[in-house]
Design a protein around this ligand. Sequence first.
Ligand code: IDP
Ligand code: MG
Length: 132
Amino acid sequence: MERTYIMTKPDAYQRGLIGKIITRIENKGFKITDMKMMALNEAILTEHYAHLADKPFFPEILEYMTSGPVVGMIVEGNGVVESMRKMMGPTDGLEAAPGTIRGDYANNKSENLIHGSDSLENAEIEIKRFFG
Ligand code: IDP
Ligand code: MG
């Protein structure tokens, strides 16, 4: 069965939106097969966000992602990788359509509530990274 790595970000915890996000995943019919709350350190974040390490806003990402707990999940289902990306909406909450998680709850490009793997290959890498 196809699977992906989903992670609520610290703003979801601070704003009390973790339950709403989980409900959307369950309502879609996807199965959460593992889940854990974690405090991420800079080492694992630098690995996870390696594609952004040379960006001027990278220190802000580190600050944001270490500002509170995240909830990492393995989510399974048919076409789950692409479907979850559609349900999340694009990175910038102002561009994300209403009805998407980011479109309904986020209004900027950095604090956007949720991470989801962007390919089958990255899903397996990220599941290994966060669940071993
Ligand atoms: P994604 O989360 O939609 O896959 P990525 O480009 O992989 O987007 O970026 C990872 C995360 O880094 C974003 O979700 C967001 O939190 C942050 N980020 C990306 N681009 C920017 C930006 O231009 N300014 C501030 N933060 C950004
Ligand atoms: Mg990404």
